[in-house]
Design a binder for this molecule. Structure first.
Ligand code: TSJ
Length: 643
């Protein structure tokens, strides 16, 4: 041990390790979960630091690589983390960032920061949860390196390992998540790619490359660089849709270091696709930036429509929902001091942003309408059609509301549970009559209701609310849930604690799952948000040996189980791939998928619904051939929508 290393172990060092040990004891407190989601979270913790450097204006290229051993490398061409001794901790700044909880956001100062913001628990948490981490800093002609092992123990303090050209600078981090902490150590390329692409859209001019070095064929990876920023994001979302006007409207403004921008384009569909971000973080629950824009949108459209005589004096004003129909919009705010509110911290609270958003949007959008009367008329006529449909839907809904359980023919479909206590009741939405039959026989009829779906439910993306409410399957679902819908929605009336989607693990199954998730996303969002929606996970394999029957969920579990058997048993084991729910008898279905004690349910999140919604167009588009092709290519991904 050299002297440098010896100096390392003092009282503050012990404190540091206790801090990192706390992260290892309760990783969930820091990164949410230790499943595949948490595993991916580590990447964002590191990437966010490079993004911050880009927001500060010093970094133009970021590279993310999945290495052969499922370690991750993130590389940027920023200034390089400072290598000098940190005045507080008396160790190098790099080491401080990696060993002191929450140190990340506290140096450097100023600027917009993703890290240390909503998700930013920082590099030290990644270090604590990694088998090893290696950081290389290129700065002022020297290459510095530091290495940590086994949950953040400094293996080699920062030292110079070589020289580089004096005009080169940047930070490269490679880390290997600790398999003792995470349920899985395998990264999913598409998950990383989707977010990397989003980050490129949100930071115009920033080039982000992603590469999968596990794949021998792919050595170049994919590079995302959008000079048009969020305009190109809107274009990307609308690419499978039919735009209502050619130009994408892109407006921006700044006040007191708060930067606000919005891009939008209407398409012929009936649903809004509005996403908002603050410092690159998705604000799922909106907030002041969204409120400002929506308020201005409704106001400007109504005022223009009146002036242009598209709305007559006797007509009532268009509402928010009417002007949002078919609207694709990205809102992005960069704020030096964002306040995130709400249970999931997904809503922006800073009140000054509301007026900034309103003024930037209303001025720009009003000008667009005045300069493009043709487009203005098209947009407003669509909103008027939406209003007419909304009023028709209101009538239909009142009818649905009046018809209660007793007055529909709905007992024919729903096999309700005996219990009337929602806190213990569950409803299984099952694909097909035959699986429905097994589920009915295999259920606990006290607490488990079965609703078999015949055929495909209506594609809500392609129908306005009024038409959707005329669809038998949808009516049945609404009546069964008991909550009502739209203006009459009341979560407290939900008749079941758990809504469980039970579909086959094949193409048709994922098709129906996507339809249902989209339906929930559009019509029953609060039910999803409150965590009532689940996917059942029927087993994919049955292994029989002697008198033993074992079911496993996937290939990985199959391999693990087989490996655990003695050789003579393994060689005789019969492995069957389960073809679908219908193939299981009632007893098997109960044992593997429904029994509260034995089953594994997967909670559906809003993100799952968003993902379903985004594959929807391609899945349900009018052209049949590309659709078939897409389904076949993506059947696996749609099955794994949880990542
Ligand atoms: F933190 C980290 F290790 F996770 C990490 C940090 C990971 C990656 C991939 C990049 C970075 C990072 C940090 N890239 N660039 C920076 N920049 C700074 O830390 C930095 C450099 C110079 C100055 C300065 O004031 O001169 C300030 C800062 C914050």
């Amino acid at each position: 041990m050299n002297t440098e290393e010896k100096e390392h172990y003092d009282a503050s060092d012990i404190q540091v390790l206790e801090g990192l040990e706390a992260v290892r004891k309760r990783p969930g407190m820091y990164i949410g979960t230790t499943d595949v989601k948490g595993l991916h979270h580590l990447v964002w913790e590191i990437v966010d630091n490079a993004i911050d450097e880009a927001l500060a204006g010093y970094c133009h290229n970021i590279e993310v690589v999945i290495n052969k051993d499922n370690s991750i490398t993130v590389k940027d061409d920023g200034r390089g983390i400072p290598v000098d001794i940190h005045p507080k901790t008396k160790i190098s700044t790099v080491e401080t960032v990696y060993t002191v909880l929450h140190a990340g956001g506290k140096f450097g100062g100023g600027g917009y920061k993703v890290s240390g913001g909503l998700h930013g628990v920082g590099a030290s948490v990644v270090n604590a949860l990694s088998k090893w981490v290696e950081v290389t800093v290129y700065k002022e002609g020297k290459i510095h390196q530091i290495r940590f092992e086994n949950g953040g123990h400094t293996k080699e303090p920062l030292h110079v390992v070589g020289e580089c050209s004096s005009d080169r600078s940047g930070t490269t981090v490679t880390f290997k998540p600790d398999p003792e902490i995470f349920d899985t150590d395998i990264y999913d390329y598409d998950t990383l790619k989707t977010r990397v692409r989003e980050l490129a859209f949100l930071n115009r001019g920033l080039s982000i490359t992603i590469r999968d070095d596990r794949d021998l064929e792919d050595t170049t990876g994919e590079t995302f660089l959008y000079e048009g920023g969020i305009s190109e994001y809107v274009k990307f979302i609308n690419q499978e849709k039919t735009p209502l006007h050619e130009d994408i409207i892109h407006l921006s403004g700044e006040k007191d270091n708060v930067f606000f921008e919005v891009a939008m384009q209407y398409n012929t569909s009936y649903n809004p696709n509005i996403y908002s971000f603050v410092n690159n973080i998705n604000t799922h629950d909106g907030g002041t930036h969204e409120e400002g824009v929506k308020r201005a949108l409704t106001r400007v459209i109504n005022s223009y429509a009146r002036k242009a005589n598209l709305l007559k004096e006797k007509d009532e004003n268009l509402k928010d929902d009417d002007v949002k129909e078919g609207l694709t919009m990205i809102i992005s705010c960069k704020h030096p001091n964002p306040q995130f509110e709400g249970q999931t911290k997904g809503r922006l609270g800073n009140s000054e942003v509301r007026n900034l958003a309103d003024s930037v949007f209303s001025e720009g959008f009003e000008r667009f309408l005045l300069e493009n009367p043709e487009e203005a008329r098209t947009i407003i006529n669509k909103a008027i059609l939406a209003r007419n449909a909304r009023m028709a839907a209101k009538k239909a809904r009142e009818a649905t509301r009046k018809s209660d359980l007793a007055t529909t023919n709905f007992f024919g479909k729903l096999s309700d549970c005996k219990s009337k206590d929602p806190s213990v009741s569950e409803i299984f939405i099952v694909e097909g009559d035959s699986a429905g039959g097994s589920a009915k026989k295999g259920r606990d009829s006290m607490t488990q209701a079965i609703l078999p779906l015949r055929g495909k439910i209506l594609n809500v993306e392609k129908a306005r609310l009024d038409k959707a409410l005329g669809n038998e399957e949808i009516k049945t679902i609404i009546t069964a849930f008991g909550t009502g819908i739209g203006e009459y929605f009341d979560l407290s009336k939900l008749r079941y604690d758990k809504i469980i989607i039970m579909t086959d693990a094949d193409v048709d199954g994922s098709h129906i799952r996507v339809l249902l998730l989209t339906l929930f996303y559009r019509f029953f969002r609060p039910i999803v948000e409150a965590g009532h929606v689940y996917a059942a996970q029927p087993p994919l394999f049955r292994i029989m040996h002697g008198k033993t029957r074992k079911y496993v969920l996937n290939e990985e579990e199959l391999a693990n189980y087989l490996a655990s058997l003695p050789e003579n048993v393994r060689s005789k084991a019969e492995i069957a791939r389960m073809k679908g729910l219908g193939e299981m008898d009632a007893e098997e279905l109960n044992e593997t998928t429904m029994d509260i004690e034995k089953r594994v349910l997967r909670k559906i999140t809003i993100d799952d619904c968003v993902a379903a919604d985004s594959v929807f167009e391609r899945l349900m588009g009018d052209e049949v051939d590309p659709r078939r092709k897409f389904i076949e290519e993506n059947a696996r991904k749609v099955t794994n929508l949880d990542i």
